[in-house]
Design a protein around this ligand. Structure first.
Ligand code: ZN
Length: 243
């Protein structure tokens, strides 16, 4: 089975379209999305409609929860809070109902999916040893997939509570191997590692591998749509920098 792994699309339809086009020849069996489908970007309804047409399996991110009123935005920075309020006003009723019904985590065969961590799916960033401990303590499958940080990452659980993490390169094929691991495919719609290209990955269950990818998308079109929507300028300009 080949599965596309995406996360943090953030209502950036040109970025999602570029990823889906790049995946066109892969022969996909499934599309798994680790959340923050909306928020920041100008096309929340368009992105959700496209994902549903693709039969995507999605979990809920903090921005999705904020957009449908399940959490308040006092923990958000002012730009994120303004974008969340815009998204909440803009969402079609059908999109809102879909996002409201998303699970915070899921298990698909030998794989677990969550936005932040399995311990705290909406809020926790998997960036510390403590967070990794909390996450792996709840991981019942060999491999898990997360998002939230907007950074591609591979974490392997070693012996005695140690973890090894590193950033895979574009095009790199990672063998899942024997031990437990956690993978973040990076962000489709708002990369933050200094590379503005959309980030995603492909799981091949027969080969036991995950391949990391970047793809160029039409950033200028997303920026025009952000400005036309009246969203904060910082959300447009940051896309060029990939920060
Ligand atoms: Zn996000």
């Amino acid at each position: 089975m080949r599965v596309a792994l995406v996360s943090d699309i953030h209502a950036n339809l040109p970025a999602l379209d570029a990823v889906l086009t790049a995946l066109g020849g892969v022969g996909l069996d499934a599309l798994w999305n680790m959340g923050d489908t909306v928020g920041y970007g100008p096309e929340p309804d368009g992105v959700v409609t496209r994902l549903r047409a693709e039969g995507a399996i999605c979990v809920m991110g903090n921005h999705d929860a904020a957009a449908v009123g399940l959490i308040d935005t006092t923990e958000f920075n002012p730009v994120a809070a303004e974008a969340a309020a815009w998204t909440a006003r803009t969402l079609a009723a059908e999109t809102k109902a879909y996002l409201s019904g998303l699970a915070k985590s899921r298990v698909e065969g030998n794989f677990s999916l969550a936005h932040g961590t399995l311990a705290d799916p909406l809020w926790e960033y998997l960036t510390t040893v403590g967070a990794a401990r909390n996450h792996f303590a709840r991981q019942t499958t060999p491999t898990s997939f997360v998002g939230h940080t907007h950074l591609p990452l591979l974490i392997r659980e070693g012996k005695d509570g140690h973890f090894a993490s590193r950033t895979p390169d574009d095009g790199e094929v990672v063998e899942l191997g024997e031990g437990r691991s956690c993978i973040n495919p990076g962000s489709v719609g708002q990369p933050r590692d200094g590379d503005p290209r959309a980030s995603y990955a492909v799981l091949d269950t027969a080969a036991g591998t995950v391949t990391f990818h970047r793809v160029v998308y039409d950033i200028a079109t997303t920026q025009v749509r952000i400005r036309d929507a009246g969203l904060p300028e910082a959300l447009a300009s940051r896309l060029t920098r990939g920060r």
